[in-house]
Design a protein around this ligand. Structure first.
Ligand code: NDP
Length: 454
């Protein structure tokens, strides 16, 4: 072990747990257990693997309230969100429980014999989870990885290990064999990096900053290790003058201030067609004012604190020279609170417009026409998410095809539906999670030719 880990409640700054901090030796031991468990797990029949995943989903369902409470205390998520997140783990496990019995190969017509393809598991999959959505991001890697016959070693973020550790216990309670799902709570630079360099780990599934993701990709290249990256974002919420402005403005705060803005899909740039700009701002101000920021355990709260003092300082650094149009409220006293903040009018090349802030700060920028909207929306290294508000369906489709991001919504700000692919273009990532194709990212295709010649 390499020291101890103090887990803190970001709403109170109180310590909620102290645990041993795993180091490289513990990472190696977990990888060895996951490697050893692999032979048995891939041999479990598809029907039995599906049944075990359903039991795991049932165990998560039974512990939903407990998991949600843990996330409220550990990550400062408001209870309504934390309940959704626990239910999302259940749903994703259930969804991929359908996969082992359906992940079929193909029979391809060839001369001289029969050709078959098989989806083979990769082996041990390393999942590196950030602190912003500890439960869903754990589930999005874990469920398809296990369904495809892999074993998993997961490294939660140092700041938020509680729910991952509980999920590992629930897996065992549900009958998932020992070693199939290991959780190692340690530093990213030690435990996470060991997963990158360890030859027995055949894939890394990483969510976090673009900076660390870039390093992980380079590390994986050394071993031609498979990698999925879900990285940062600076998504645009594009509002045309013909949109239902009341709805667009009422929904805009939730699209960026949810989870206190610590969301890779946060619509942190609102682009508004110039003719509707003044009206939109008039509607946005009361909507921001209405956001209930407070005690995350209260069902009335819509936004909790930031994850840490360091994150609060980081977010505050963007306001030093930025024009604040208006703000919402935030509690005084202990906790890493930050009021929802709207920046306008602001230069398109301001730091707060070009960099991912990962806090409750949004910039509002006017645009002239469709081409100008696309120019501004695409003027970023990121490409994860975004929204388009218009009543003109043809325009919605043109703009949706023109915006360089992986996940878009029209007249809605929702990004994540577990039935559909999720992931980023440009420097927002590599590969897709969720949806029907995720299994392919956790398996390799093997081609077998059988001669029928005499
Ligand atoms: P990081 O990218 O540093 O952390 C994400 C995960 O990677 C954590 O589990 C971390 O472990 C681990 N990690 C860190 N360094 C390494 C490494 N060298 N090798 C392997 N794993 C590693 O994000 P931060 O927590 O530092 O957040 C910084 C910024 O990143 C945020 O302000 C935000 O802009 C962005 N971010 C984006 C996220 C997204 O969903 N796209 C999620 C989180 C952050 P540990 O924390 O234990 O060190």
């Amino acid at each position: 072990m390499s020291g101890s880990l103090e887990v803190v409640n970001p709403a109170t700054e109180q310590r909620i747990a102290t645990m041993a901090l795993a180091g490289e030796a513990e990472a190696d031991a977990a990888i060895a257990r996951a490697t050893a468990a692999g032979t048995g797990w891939r041999a479990v029949s598809p029907g039995d693997r599906a049944r075990l995943l359903r039991r795991f989903a049932d165990a998560v369902d039974g512990a939903r309230e407990e998991l949600a409470d843990l996330e409220v205390a550990n990550a400062g998520h408001v209870i309504a969100n934390a309940r959704w997140e626990a239910a999302n783990v259940r749903d994703v496990l259930e969804y991929y429980a359908g996969a082992p019995e359906r992940h079929a190969g193909r029979q391809i017509p060839v001369p001289g014999g029969v050709d078959l393809t098989f989806h083979e598991p990769l082996g041990v999959v390393g999942i590196i989870v950030p602190w912003n959505f500890p439960m869903p991001i754990a589930g999005w890697g874990l469920a398809p990885a296990l369904a495809a016959g892999n074993t998993v070693v997961m490294k939660p973020a140092e700041l938020t290990p509680m729910t991952a550790l509980r999920l590992a216990e629930l897996a065992l309670e549900a009958g998932i064999p020992e070693g199939v799902f290991e959780v190692v709570a340690g530093k990213g630079s030690v435990v996470g990096w060991r997963m990158v360099t360890h030859p027995a780990v055949r894939k890394i599934c990483f969510t976090g900053s673009t900076e660390v993701g870039t390093r992980i990709m380079a590390g994986c290249a050394e071993q031609v290790k498979r990698v999925t990256l879900e990285l940062g974002g600076k998504s645009a919420n594009v509002v045309f003058a013909d949109a239902d402005l009341e709805r667009a403005a009422a929904a805009a705060p939730g699209a960026v201030f949810d989870n206190a803005g610590q969301d890779c899909c946060a619509r942190s740039r609102i682009l508004v067609e110039r003719g509707a700009y003044d009206r939109f701002m008039e509607l946005l101000e009361p909507a921001v004012d209405r956001v209930v920021v407070g005690d995350p355990s209260s069902p009335a709260s819509e936004m909790g604190p930031l994850i840490s003092a360091a994150q609060r300082d980081h977010v505050a650094s963007y306001l030093a020279d930025a024009p604040v149009a208006f703000t919402g409220s935030a509690p005084e006293g202990p906790g890493y609170w930050f009021a929802p903040t709207v920046l306008a009018p602001i230069a398109e090349d301001a730091r707060a417009v070009t960099e991912e802030i990962f806090g409750p700060v949004v910039a509002v920028i006017p645009f002239d026409d469709e081409a100008d909207a696309l120019r501004i929306a695409n003027d970023t290294e990121y490409g994860l998410s975004g929204s388009i508000w218009t009543r003109d369906l043809a325009r919605a489709l043109r703009v949706a095809r023109g915006i360089e991001t992986g996940t878009l919504s029209v007249n809605s700000n929702s990004s994540v539906r577990y039935w559909t692919p999720f992931g980023g273009m440009k420097r927002s990532g590599l590969g897709r999670e969720l949806g029907p194709d995720a299994l392919d990212a956790f398996s390799d295709v093997k081609n077998v030719f059988i001669s029928t010649e005499d």
